[in-house]
Design a protein around this ligand. Structure first.
Ligand SMILES: *Cc1c(COP(=O)(O)O)cnc(C)c1O
Length: 470
């Protein structure tokens, strides 16, 4: 399999070449040249596989430059019941006659980002070793991404993680989860500023190409193709658990922010998985709902982005969205470059032409929006009626899923975090404390490693230079 950029500038790359990269050099996102098509016989064979075996079958269609035995071992060491809490890895729970929840948040940090990040950690370790490279990962987080990255990279050879977070602004549980890690290669830098300040520092450091090269700075953000690919697997795993044979179609509803999770569903559907609708759920930050309803894409400024009670979906632009637009426009890279290749304020401001907008239905996409009041109501209702506790992001998914139900068709809502991570709103809605796994019973009491740092790219660069493996 070869990879191309959505903006046409970078062609013919292989998986291991793009594994450690973020954006393509022309600013676009990497995409496979074509989606492998899965026939019915293959789908039937896959139905009987374990999660790790299924992941190997899917990933090996896209990865042909890591030896098959090595890839199989990496995957088998990633998707284990010890790490993900059950033999199914992503167990399906029935909510009622039309909706099921696919648990994606039983990994080490209790959010779905572990599904891909755990694999990335193991792939990085093997690739860096093989190529004799060191990597210093620099990231900014408001919560889930940073902890998933740290738990995936902790103790890994040849990798250091420098994670910026807004000082004092993450939930107490998220802070405890990240700052209690004692591994030498994990560096928590609490920046005196907002999440945007953190992101601006990452951008400034990455823009210093001399520094970036000298210190082998890399990222693990959601545009990484390997992360997206790892997420394709659970759409198949969820489908097999929800159906008895391959003539049935199901819909998936996905609480969305940067469009990474649902884009994996798009890939699964393009491969031939019988998906009826891909139902995209947003919170009050509804850039994507607006697009799927009207064909108009209007990136918000970071000042317009709202802070909500489903914070992991608080986005002003959806960084993976360009991938879908590339497919929607018949892979016309020149047009994608025109639409996305400019800076704000014109960046990502476009309205689809009518015939392109009409195409969206054939890709299965529909959308909806959920607000704070909907979230509270849905968490409370799900608790009262089904005795199931769900987190605010999953609640956005359940709310929007209900608006798009079709008679006789099951909708699988992706559960993207455990309620424990956002226990304040959950307590408000249900009057109950979210259940806490024994492994984190004393999390908040553990000693912490975190350095408070001034909001300055120079300060961060000095810290990296002092603490990196270089
Ligand atoms: C990251 C995240 C999302 C959004 O996923 P995208 O891939 O960015 O669309 C939703 N819910 C939770 C809990 C998350 O951590």
């Amino acid at each position: 399999m070869r990879y191309v950029s959505t903006r046409g500038g970078s062609v013919d790359r292989r998986f291991s070449e793009i594994l450690l990269e973020g954006l393509a050099p022309d600013g676009g996102l990497y995409m496979p040249t074509a989606y492998p098509k899965i026939d019915d016989a293959t789908l039937r064979r896959w139905r009987g596989l374990s999660y790790a075996e299924l992941a190997f079958e899917i990933l090996s269609l896209y990865i042909d430059d890591i030896p098959a035995d090595a890839l199989r071992t990496i995957i088998a060491n990633t998707y284990t019941p010890e790490i993900f809490g059950s033999t199914q890895i992503t167990p399906l729970r029935k909510l009622d006659d039309s909706i099921s929840l696919l648990n994606l948040s039983d990994g080490p940090t209790f959010a779905f980002k572990d599904m891909a990040m755990q694999l990335l950690g193991n792939l990085f370790e093997v690739e860096l070793e093989r190529r004799g490279l060191q990597l210093n990962i620099l990231g900014a987080t408001s919560g889930d991404t940073g902890s998933a990255a740290e738990y995936a990279m902790r103790g890994k050879r040849n990798v250091q993680v420098f994670m910026l977070s807004p000082h004092g602004r993450m939930s107490p549980f998220q802070q405890a989860q990240m700052f209690s890690l004692q591994d030498e290669n994990i560096h928590n830098l609490a920046v005196e500023g907002s999440f945007d300040t953190c992101q601006d520092i990452v951008k400034a450091v990455s823009a210093d190409l001399g520094f970036k090269r000298q210190y082998s700075i890399g990222t693990v953000n959601s545009i990484n193709w390997a992360r997206l690919l790892a997420q394709v697997v659970y759409y198949f795993a969820g489908y097999f658990q929800a159906t008895t044979d391959n003539s049935e179609r199901v819909s998936f509803c996905v609480p969305s922010g940067n469009f990474g999770n649902i884009c994996a569903g798009h890939v699964a559907r393009m491969m031939g998985l019988p998906i009826e609708n891909l139902v995209l759920a947003t919170n009050e930050n509804d850039v994507l709902n607006e697009f799927f309803k009207t064909g108009r894409y209007r990136v918000r400024t970071s000042r317009e982005a709202m802070i909500t009670s489903s914070p992991s979906m608080d986005i002003s632009k959806a960084s993976n969205f360009e991938r879908f637009v590339f497919d929607l426009l018949g892979r016309d890279a020149q047009r994608v470059a025109q639409m996305f290749g400019t800076e704000l304020p014109r960046y990502g401001q476009f309205t689809l032409e009518e015939h392109a907008f009409a195409q969206i239905a054939s890709y299965g996409f529909v959308s909806g929006k959920s607000t704070h009041a909907d979230r509270l109501q849905t968490i409370s209702d799900t608790w009262e009626r089904h005795r199931m506790m769900i987190d605010p992001h999953t609640a956005d998914g359940v709310k929007v899923a209900r608006e798009h139900l079709r008679p006789g068709k099951r909708t699988i809502v992706l559960e993207t975090a455990l309620p424990l991570k956002f226990d304040e709103i959950v307590r408000q809605a249900t009057g109950q404390d979210a259940p806490r796994p024994p492994s984190v019973a004393d999390l908040e009491q553990r000693p912490r490693r975190c350095r408070v740092i001034e909001p300055s790219a120079d300060k961060v660069m000095a810290y990296i230079a002092q603490h990196c493996n270089c």
